[in-house]
Design a protein. Structure first.
Lengths: 299, 78
């Protein structure tokens, strides 16, 4: 095992562990999966689709709006599948290592629950959409190469936390949307409940690792703050998929994506998605600059 | 540089102002001119300029290593 400069992380997770045990369910038998879903109802809350609030949405025939909600739902769940695969890999690499030994019990719950989330999201995509949209391409080059070990670890868990917080904005809204098919509503509801524990864990981990960065290499903090701001921008952009627009029959999907990313109504929607996360980062001393997709945020 | 490749250069410099002047054969990957967070939008730009979709599951990073390779692979004839 590689030598580490990190101090062991102790987070006092007994309450979260007890909640995970008490709330455990069998996902393989919990849900009722109809063979098909109705096409005369939205599959994603209409105020969450990436055209919501725009003239383009208002001009669409009702059938086209509903088609867009279907492909956006499949895309949103596909993003979850890929995001979960990435975070599972990172947590598996760390469980029961000396630095994270004290958090291993909760990490077991985390890994188990995330595996189950990936299962039900992928099942929805394949059963009702016939596919999982491909993962975003990556070249494996980060603008944060050269950071110290604590900052590197902080970014790993920060990416997980930010991903979960953005996703939860969608889950919490759709969990209570009676216009959605019951299976879509239920998956969002269950995910929201589990993620509330994961977000609490993520914030504790974030703070513990940030404290280690402050103690060991404070010069890394502005770089971390800049990267996280760019990561929020990247996460928002990833919601806008030309492949979805193509599947929904919309013209000029690439130009539409560019237009939407700078549309005032969409920028206001982005602010709503990120308000909770930005407050947390600001309280942590990592003030995000609040740049918006389309403003040329730094990489 | 003129034509579509000049828009590629503008995209890189806008996202990464520290990159300075780029030549046809600078290594954009090892030189950190493009990183993973910018790569998705970079692909979409090339799709738009090249007029053809790029399969995200069939990407070879070496195709993006220099402006010359990008021009040959994605912008040829434009």
């Amino acid at each position: 095992m590689a030598v580490t400069t990190l101090e062991p992380i102790g987070l006092g997770l007994e309450r979260l562990e007890a909640m995970a045990e008490a709330g455990y369910y069998n996902p393989y038998t919990t849900f009722s999966w109809p063979d098909t879903l109705p096409t005369d109802a939205p599959w994603m809350s209409e105020d969450l689709v990436t055209l919501a609030g725009t003239e383009e949405w208002d001009r669409m025939p009702r059938a086209d709006q509903l088609a867009l909600t279907r492909w956006e739902a499949i895309h949103f769940f596909s993003l979850n599948v890929h995001g979960i695969r990435d975070l599972l890999g990172e947590v598996v690499l760390r469980i029961h290592t000396p630095t994270y030994a004290d958090t291993a019990e909760f990490m077991h719950h985390f890994l188990g629950e995330e595996n189950e989330h990936m299962w039900f999201f992928s099942r929805f995509c394949l059963r009702y959409g016939g596919k999982i949209y491909p993962a975003q391409p990556s070249i494996g080059v980060q603008a944060t190469d050269g950071l110290g070990e604590a900052a590197h670890e902080l970014l790993v868990f920060a990416r997980i936390l930010l991903f979960e917080e953005i996703v939860d904005h969608f889950n919490s809204r759709m969990a209570g949307d009676d216009s959605l098919p019951p299976i879509a509503r239920e998956l969002n509801r269950v995910h929201h409940l589990d993620e509330s524990r994961h977000v609490a864990f993520g914030r504790l981990m974030f703070t513990a690792l940030l404290n280690q960065v402050r103690a060991t290499r404070p010069a890394d903090i502005p770089i971390v703050a800049g990267y996280l701001n760019s990561y929020l921008d990247y996460s928002i952009r990833s919601l806008y998929s030309p492949a979805v627009y193509r599947d929904a029959g919309l013209a000029q999907p690439l130009a539409l994506r560019r237009h939407l990313l700078s549309h005032p109504a969409r920028r206001a929607a982005h602010d709503r998605m990120l308000v909770r996360t930005r407050k947390f980062l600001a309280r942590s001393g990592l003030q995000a600059a609040g740049t918006q997709p389309g403003q040329g945020a730094p990489t | 540089m003129n034509g579509p490749i000049s828009q590629v250069v503008s995209f890189i410099i806008e996202r990464n102002p520290t990159v300075g002047t780029l030549t046809w054969d600078d290594d954009l990957i090892d030189g950190r001119a493009i990183d993973s967070l910018a790569f998705v939008d970079f692909i979409f730009l090339l799709e738009e300029l090249g007029g053809a979709p790029i399969d995200p599951e069939g990407i070879d990073v070496d195709d993006f290593r220099t402006l010359r390779l990008i021009n040959q692979r994605f912008l040829s004839g434009r």
